[in-house]
Design a protein around this ligand. Sequence first.
Ligand code: BG6
Length: 480
Amino acid sequence: MVSRVIPVDAFDLVLFGATGDLARRKIWPGLFHRFLAGQFNNDSRILGVSRSELSREEFQDKVRAALEPIEESEHDCVERFLSQVDYISIDATGDRGWKPLAKAIRPDVIRAFYLSVAPSFFGPIAARLKQSGIATDDSRIVVEKPFGNDLKSARALNAELRTYFQEHQIYRIDHYLGKETVQNLMALRFANSLFEPLWNSSHIDHVQITVAESLSVDGRGEYYDQSGAMRDMVQNHLMQLLCLTAMEPPSQFTPNAVRNEKLKVIEALKEVPIDDIARGQYRAAGEQGSYREHAGNPNSITESFVAMKVDVANWRWAGTPFYLRTGKCLRERLSEIAVYFRNPPHMIFPGIDTPHGNVLVIRLQPDEGMTLHTTIKDPGPGGMRLTEASLDMTFADSLKDSEKPQDAYERLIMDVIRGDQTLFMRGDEVEAAWAWADPIIASWTDRPIKPQQYDVGSAGPEDALLLMHKDGRRWRTIGQ
Ligand code: BG6
């Protein structure tokens, strides 16, 4: 199976924050890979923008370093790629650099402005782009997370952006939506007839959504301590996974049809009682510092782990809880959605009350793929005994000949150029997610509740286990 690369039309992509961490780690390598794949060619250009006064050559050296390691065979390509990369130093809140940008941008190609900068710059940059005539009515503006830190600030950001750009021009990134398996979840549900008839509370007992990370917050503690797992991961990434798992089939795969259905899921979420939430903070272990050390805040009550039981109060899901959990410094990096089907209504095999249930596990990372746990006969003589066996599919094996899966950013940037907003969050969706998250966060901060300590390399705090046990269920294992 060979995947097709459909070239995009010529563009000028203006990248604000072009020397920043995200640009270095994700955006430049992503663009280069798309160039290598032939998705755009020499009629497109990327204009890096930042405050630093750098020559074009100095800037290109930085981009070259971001593309390391480069294979021998790719050296020529790097130079060809860099010949399409230019640099302008701009003072985002002052006058410097805007005229050169207006001059550099071409009239007859797609214009996209990628704001890989702090949210406080979104408004000022959007205003300058519009007022100077650099942004036209069909230009695109891309903004990174965090999109606000509560409903009020998200509303203010939306209002600011919409003063200068229309909703169909605004691309709010949640990079989880660009992950291959996240889109596969939609393909699995809506391009197969096997699962959808069973995809409801009559057949599904519960769903577990896990995004476990082994990394600590060392190096970004200052940001993280203001945010915590709830704002950093649940309000956005886990929420998107929940939406795609729970949403009704859209009538078409178009941006607004898909986003309308996701919004309905968020609006159907019940308020989560405090007893249905477990919060944790990792403690020091050996060489590894504690969360509080990494956050530089000895009294921090910010959570580096959160688990909760969420109810989607609608016809399809009443009675089927969704359990979400995410945390730092856990045993392993693992992201997955596990759908637990109900047991058969009646067991015909004597002496066996509960068979090994059917669980469909959709693995986002690492090792992207799907496993369906089934019950089969335990082989050999000796009567009818049952055992568990799985139908396993690792996408990398099944799609051997196809192009290496793209990083989320590669896909998302090309979608911006194509003008496809399906994998970007709409303003109302972001606000609805904050409206749901705000009371939860307030319940922790109003009467300060300390998170429970957990060991680095564990599966999280004890309370997370109890959250499941009290419902007679168990989390899937994280790591060995
Ligand atoms: C980011 C969070 O949005 O997502 C980080 O700010 C987190 O804290 C990261 O580590 C996880 O992304 P991924 O793609 O590595 O799972």
